[in-house]
Design a protein around this ligand. Sequence first.
Ligand code: EPU
Length: 333
Amino acid sequence: MIQKNISLLKYNTFGIDAISARFFEYKSEKELQDALKAGEITKPFLQIGGGSNLLFTRDYPGLILHSQIDGVEVIDENAESVWLRVGAGVVWDRFVAYCVDHEWYGAENLSYIPGEVGASAVQNIGAYGVEAKDLITKVETINLSGDKTIYDVKECHYGYRDSIFKHAPHCEEFVTYVTFRLSKIHKFNLNYGSVQEETDKYPELNLKNVRQAIINIRQTKLPEPEILGNAGSFYKNPVISGKMFGALQAEYPAIPFYQLPDDKVKIPAAWLIEQCGLKGFSDGDAGVHDKQPLVLINKGKAKGCEILALSDKIRKAVKDKFGIDLMPEVTII
Ligand code: EPU
């Protein structure tokens, strides 16, 4: 049933009190298809997951949809792998915990990422050297006509926090289920940053301990949305040409970087923001997190437009100092 004038406060981790003119939560593909058939799903609309990647700068005049499709089902397995079909509304970290409990390898580095399974497949969430696309095998969607499509992972064109589902025409489809392949073979990915160092603190290298190590790293760097409103990384890490990087490195020899294929270089946006002296900066209740400056925070009653104004200030400072355009990773409404 479509609800009217719903507060979005509990549907966005930034803690912004915006209102949606219409709001619809569905628990099954059939419920969604019935609403489509009845003509209840009209444009403009916006799909949300856990609201962990959104900044509302104003009330939303259209329809907000939220999938509550539940369920984690083993659909196939062999000696090496298990395939799981998971409802788009399953909380991402519940899924990761389920895999860890069953001794299935692959998702543990993605522990404690806020959000839901449907959004993980749209956004290609990633952390500590692993991305959702490394595990996804299929994505099921329903379009505005109520028709179902099952995409193979290759058809989703995954990139860094990107997929076909973020762009027209596929952004008008509703992800209903995602299939993931997890491994039964004991194998870890500990190469990123301090992951090895954190796991070394445990007496044994196993899935539960790696998950706990990842949770510890995230908890020391990233604020808890219940305490400080935030949407994780506010910007993507910029990717620049090798030539531009060479010039920057000559001027800033300490600049951290990751070499990418095709003579491209990724620079941590956190470093750029810190160099601009903005780590820990705040303007009223809108702030830059003091442990991870890529994260913007709502220290209390910041309005979405105040967070956006702070974001503009950061982008301008980085552009003026380094000539780099930071692109928001969060969706700004
Ligand atoms: N850095 C600083 N100052 C800081 C913090 C970091 O200069 O205060 C520099 C350091 O050079 C550090 C580098 O930034 O080595 C990378 O920092 P970090 O490992 O914290 O990762 P990130 O690049 O800032 C990305 C993702 C995170 C993900 C982490 C870990 C993006 C936009 N963000 O952040 O994802 O958890 O890597 O894999 O790619 C998210 O998308 O919401 C998110 C939190």
